[in-house]
Design a protein around this ligand. Structure first.
Ligand code: FES
Length: 555
C-alpha cells in the first residue's frame, strides 16, 4: 500500500548513489531534491491536435499539475494517442478506433511501469480514451482517478439545438433529396461550436457517466463542459484529490467491485447510453478481475427506467444535464436501483452523493414518479444467429421486433452505397458482417449506414444486424456485436441474401430461419477467413483480440 508511511515510488532517487544519472535528468527538467522526496504523480493526457474532443487537455493538465503541487506532490505529465470516432466515421480509418483503446491502455501502462509514480491521474474525453485510460489505471492499480475533460456545447440551427448527430442525419437526408445542399452546409457549420467531446449521450459522455457511477472518476467533478470557465478549477481540484488518495492508499482495486460495475450499468441504462459501454465495461471488468457478463447488462437494464432525455433518444445534451445537477442528480434519481454503500474514488458513498444532489428538473431528468420509459434500453439477444450474444439499444425507436429477408454485405461501404442507391427496401434487414474485432479488423461503427437508413426515412421499416458496433448517435432497430463474429466462423457468416431473420428484443432472440442441416452444409463449405491486414498494428490486433461478448480485449 502507498500511504503516509510507505516508501515513495522514487525513494531510491533520494537515497541511492547509483541513480545519479536519473537525478541528472530530473535536474535537467528543473526538478530539485525536494521534488523527488514528495509523491510523484503521473498526469496522463490523451491530448491530440487532430480532433476537438481532447483539445483542451494540454491546458487542463497545467491546472491539474498546479493542484498536485499545491497538495504537496510532484506532477509529471505525459501524453498518449487518440483516434476520433467522428472524424474517421465511414472511412477505413474507423477501424483504428477500437484498436486505439488497447494502445491507450498499453501505452499508459508502459509509462507507469517504466517511470514509477505514487499516483496517476488520467485526462480523457473521446470515445476510446475514457475506457482506455480506465483500463490502464485499473491495471497499474495506483492511487488515482480519471478526470473527464468535458463535452462540447451544442450548436443551434434555425432555433433548434443540434449536435454532430444532426450533421450525419442531415447528410442522409441530403442524399435522399429531402434536405438542400444549402441547409446541409448550414448544419455542418453550426453543429459543433467549440472544443470538447460530442455533446449527446454518445459513447464519450456515456463512458463519463459510467465512470462517475463506477467510482473511478470523482462523481460529478468532470461534468462541466470543456469550455466552461469553471473547468480549470475542477482540474485543479482533481489534482489535489490524487494526493489525498495517495495518502489514504486508495487504489482502483478497493472500489472496483461487482457492485460498482452494476452501478455503472444502471447509470448507462438509465441515461439511454451507448451500446459501446457494454464492450468497455466488460473490458474494464476484465482488467479488474470482476466477473461481469452480458446477462448482467440485460438484467440491470430491464430493471432500470430511462430517466434522462438525452440525444439521440431525446432533445437534450450534456450541457443541459449539467445545468440541472449533472451526474449526481442522476444518481439521486436512480438511487432505488443502486448499491448506495459503494464508494466513488472521492470517498463518498453513492447514498451520500444522492443525498447532496438536486431533485430532478422534470424535463432533462424525469420526475421521481414518471420515468421517460419503463425498463432500460440495452438488451442482450441470443439465438441461432448469435449463440454468444448480440446487443441492441432501443432508445430512439419504438419498434422491438422485426422479421424479414436479409440483404448481406461484407463491407460497410457496399451497404452504404446500396442504401444511397435506394436498393434497400422497407421490410428488409441489412446485414453487415466481417466487421467484428478480428474481421475488419477493429470492429468499426456503422454510423454512416445507420444515418443513411434514417436519412432515407427507412428507420421504422428496416433493421440492421452486424458483428460491428454502433455509434452512440445511432437510432433505429440496430443489432450489433453479433458473436461469434463472421471472421471467427459465426453463423452470421452463413447468411445469404433472402434468408429470413427474426429479431425480437422483447423475447431477447435473434434467429435465422434456415434449416439446421442447410446451415451445417453452408458451414462445411465456408472458406477460411483471409485476414484483411497482414502487417502492422491491425494484423497484430486481429491476431490477439477476443470476442466482443467479452469486451474485445487483447490477450
Ligand atoms: Fe470524440 Fe465524439 S468523436 S467524443
Amino acid at each position: 500500500m502507498t500511504d503516509a508511511t510507505s516508501p515513495l515510488a522514487n525513494d531510491d532517487l533520494a537515497n541511492n548513489r547509483r541513480r545519479a544519472g536519473a537525478r541528472a535528468h530530473f535536474r535537467a527538467m528543473g526538478l530539485t531534491e525536494q521534488d523527488w522526496t514528495r509523491p510523484v504523480i503521473g498526469i496522463a493526457t490523451t491530448w491530440t491536435g487532430t480532433m476537438p474532443c481532447n483539445m483542451g487537455q494540454r491546458d487542463l493538465a497545467k491546472h491539474v499539475a498546479a493542484g498536485v503541487r499545491a497538495a504537496g506532490g510532484t506532477p509529471l505529465e505525459f501524453n498518449t494517442i487518440a483516434i476520433s470516432d467522428n472524424i474517421t466515421q465511414g472511412t477505413q480509418g474507423m477501424r483504428a478506433s477500437l484498436i486505439s483503446r488497447e494502445v491507450i491502455a498499453d501505452s499508459i501502462e508502459l509509462v507507469g511501469r517504466g517511470h514509477p509514480f505514487d499516483g496517476l491521474i488520467c485526462l480523457a474525453a473521446c470515445d476510446k480514451t475514457v475506457p482506455g485510460v480506465a483500463m490502464a489505471l485499473t491495471r497499474l492499480d495506483l492511487p488515482g482517478l480519471v478526470f473527464y475533460s468535458g463535452a462540447m456545447a451544442s450548436g443551434t440551427h434555425r432555433g433548434r439545438q443540434i449536435n454532430v448527430k444532426d450533421v450525419w442525419e442531415a447528410l442522409g437526408g441530403w442524399e435522399a433529396g429531402s434536405i438542400t445542399t444549402e441547409e446541409l452546409e448550414e448544419i455542418e457549420r453550426e453543429a459543433c461550436p467549440g472544443i470538447g467531446a460530442c455533446a449527446g449521450q454518445f459513447t464519450a459522455n456515456t463512458m463519463s457517466i459510467a465512470l462517475d457511477f463506477l467510482g473511478l472518476a470523482p462523481t460529478g467533478l468532470g461534468g462541466l463542459l470543456a469550455t466552461d470557465p469553471g473547468k480549470p478549477a475542477s482540474a485543479e481540484a482533481a489534482g489535489r484529490l490524487v494526493l489525498d488518495l495517495v495518502k489514504r492508499g486508495l487504489r482502483p482495486s478497493s472500489i472496483l467491485t461487482k457492485d460498482a460495475f452494476e452501478n455503472a450499468i444502471v447509470g448507462v441504462s438509465g441515461t439511454g447510453g451507448s451500446t459501446n459501454a457494454v464492450l468497455h465495461l466488460l473490458a474494464i471488468a476484465a482488467e479488474a478481475g470482476v466477473d461481469l457478463t452480458l446477462e448482467d447488462f440485460d438484467r440491470l437494464s430491464a430493471a432500470t427506467p430511462l430517466v434522462t432525455s438525452l440525444s439521440p433518444g431525446g432533445p437534450h445534451v450534456a450541457g443541459d444535464l449539467q445545468r440541472v445537477g449533472g451526474t449526481p442528480a442522476v444518481v439521486r434519481r436512480l438511487r432505488d436501483h443502486l448499491h448506495l454503500d459503494a464508494r466513488s474514488i472521492d470517498g463518498r458513498t453513492y447514498g451520500e452523493i444522492a443525498e447532496a444532489a438536486s431533485e430532478p428538473d422534470g424535463a432533462v431528468i424525469a420526475p421521481n414518479d414518471a420515468p421517460f420509459k419503463q425498463g432500460g434500453a440495452l438488451r442482450i439477444l441470443r439465438g441461432s444467429l448469435a449463440p454468444d450474444g448480440a446487443v441492441v439499444k432501443l432508445a430512439g425507436t419504438e419498434r422491438p421486433a422485426h422479421r424479414g429477408p436479409v440483404r448481406v454485405f461484407d463491407y460497410e461501404i457496399e451497404c452504404r452505397d446500396a442504401v444511397d442507391a435506394g436498393e434497400v427496401q422497407p421490410g428488409e434487414i441489412v446485414v453487415v458482417r466481417y466487421v467484428g474485432p478480428a474481421g475488419a479488423p477493429g470492429m468499426p461503427e456503422m454510423l454512416s449506414v445507420t444515418s443513411a437508413i434514417m436519412g432515407r426515412g427507412l428507420g421504422e421499416t428496416v433493421a440492421l444486424v452486424t458483428d460491428g458496433r454502433f455509434s452512440g448517435a445511432t437510432r433505429g432497430l440496430m443489432i450489433g456485436h453479433v458473436t461469434p463474429e463472421a471472421a471467427h466462423g459465426g453463423p452470421i457468416a452463413l447468411l445469404r441474401d433472402g434468408d429470413i431473420v427474426s429479431i425480437d428484443a422483447d423475447a431477447r432472440t435473434l434467429e435465422v430461419e434456415v434449416a439446421a442441416d442447410e446451415l451445417a452444409r453452408r458451414a462445411a463449405e465456408l472458406p477460411a477467413f483471409v485476414p484483411r491486414a497482414t502487417s502492422g498494428v491491425f494484423a497484430k490486433y486481429a491476431r490477439s483480440v477476443g470476442s466482443a461478448s467479452q469486451g474485445a480485449v487483447t490477450r
